[in-house]
Design a protein around this ligand. Structure first.
Ligand code: ADP
Length: 398
């Protein structure tokens, strides 16, 4: 079976053609600068990448260019689009409507549209990707997989905000959480590695998705009981350019002092904050490591702040669940930065967490890195959101 996995942003669109049963990716790539001019980068394992400037006034031309290159005699991997069995879409915000993935029909689209106020930056772009696929592949089953869905098992005390209850009742203001597909994949994989996939009851796992965007989840009995992101993906730990949790008073204070409107303020909090904001160097953790190694104190402070906040949340989730059996590190930073992983668990011996620093010298591959006498397992698990999307898509399409 071939599933085309689509992750549509406002001006970009990522795709992967994969077998949901084996996880084998036959081709993947990226359309960029949609609505500006248009560029396609197409990658097939074992072949040279193809980069082509193709006019992409809208997402429809972008999708069409993806289909064209997938069937291209020289650069393609299938003979005809008939070989694509179904299409899976990553959708950011499912609000309270979606606790799992859904086969896309008019009702599903209407429900995604209803979530636009909750995900104003992403949901419209995700819908453009869906509509473009429906236009060029009208007869293929399409499935929406939501970033929020896996977190919908949180209990009310975790998802309610301490503001007037009417905003929850009338306006759906609550914690939703994001990166849910990643948290679902790595927590399920951790359960497999623990030999608890078929009986997760009683397990307590903390998943740390640490990338450009970062979030933690507390998974008890295999289900999310808390997560760090909130109504939107700006909340939680500091990120590459996002501020994470801050005192809401800061908004009023800075808006008053500088005459910022809310759009300008949110742009600062989304795009100019996080480790970039503190360091003034970069949002990229490799750049920060390099700058800190050369004595840049603000780069070091940014790293220290990130580590401090993630570590605090690990402690908070152990407290919330009454213990922890395993901590999982995933995404760009979690999978690759051995130094940062080591610092995240430094001093947690009192919780029974002890890393084997030799085993931790691993990058981008699945590994178990706790010391022999650690009570808590430490896993590095490369995330694979696309595979989860492909599997959900296949299951619903079948
Ligand atoms: P996104 O949220 O965009 O999917 P990723 O999960 O790809 O992000 O993570 C990107 C981050 O991972 C970047 O900040 C990058 O610096 C970091 N990263 C990748 N490799 C390493 C490494 N070897 N050491 C430290 N950080 C790394």
């Amino acid at each position: 079976m071939n599933v085309l996995v689509i992750n549509a942003g406002s001006s970009s669109l990522k795709y992967q053609l994969m077998d949901p049963d084996t996880g084998a990716v036959s081709a993947k790539g990226l359309c960029e600068r949609i609505g500006i001019d248009g560029r396609l980068t197409h990658k097939v394992p074992g072949r040279e990448n193809v980069v082509a400037d193709i006019a992409m006034p809208t997402h429809s031309e972008a999708i069409q260019s993806v289909l064209d290159i997938l069937v291209d005699p020289a650069n393609g991997v299938i003979r005809s689009t008939d070989e694509i069995d179904a299409v899976g879409h990553r959708v950011l915000h499912g609000g309270m409507a979606f606790t799992e993935s859904c086969l896309i029909d008019d009702a599903c689209i209407a429900a995604i549209e209803k979530c636009i106020p909750l995900g104003p930056l992403h949901n419209p772009a995700n819908l453009m990707g869906i509509r473009a696929c429906q236009a060029v592949m009208p007869n293929k089953p399409q499935v929406a997989v939501f970033d929020t869905a896996f977190h919908m098992t949180m209990p009310p005390k975790a998802y309610i905000y301490a503001i007037p209850y009417e905003y929850y009742e009338k306006d759906d203001v609550r914690r939703y959480g994001f990166h849910g597909t990643s948290h679902r994949y790595v927590s399920a994989r951790a359960l497999e590695l623990m030999g608890r996939a078929s009986n997760p009851e009683g397990t307590k796992i903390i998943c740390c998705h640490l990338g450009n965007g970062s979030s933690l989840s507390a998974c008890k009995d295999g289900k999310v009981v808390d997560t760090t992101m909130g109504l939107g993906p700006l909340a939680g730990v500091p990120m590459g350019t996002r501020c994470g949790d801050i005192d809401a008073t800061i908004l009023e204070y800075l808006m008053g002092r500088y005459g910022y409107d809310i759009k300008t303020m949110l742009n600062i909090l989304n795009k100019k904050s996080g480790v970039l904001g503190i360091s003034g160097v970069s949002s990229d953790f490799r750049d920060l490591d390099e700058a800190a190694a050369q004595g840049n104190e603000r780069a070091q402070l940014a790293l220290d702040k990130f580590i401090y906040e993630v570590k605090k949340d690990i402690g908070a989730y152990a407290a919330a669940m009454g213990g922890v059996d395993a901590i999982v590190f995933t995404a760009g930073v979690g999978e690759n930065s051995m130094d940062l992983r080591a610092k995240l668990v430094e001093g947690l011996e009192y919780m029974g967490v002890k890393m084997d620093l030799e085993k931790n010298k691993t990058r981008g591959v699945e590994a178990e890195v706790q010391a022999a006498d650690s009570k808590v397992k430490l896993f590095v698990i490369p995330t694979n959101e696309e595979l989860m999307i492909a599997k959900d898509t296949a299951a619903l399409a079948r």
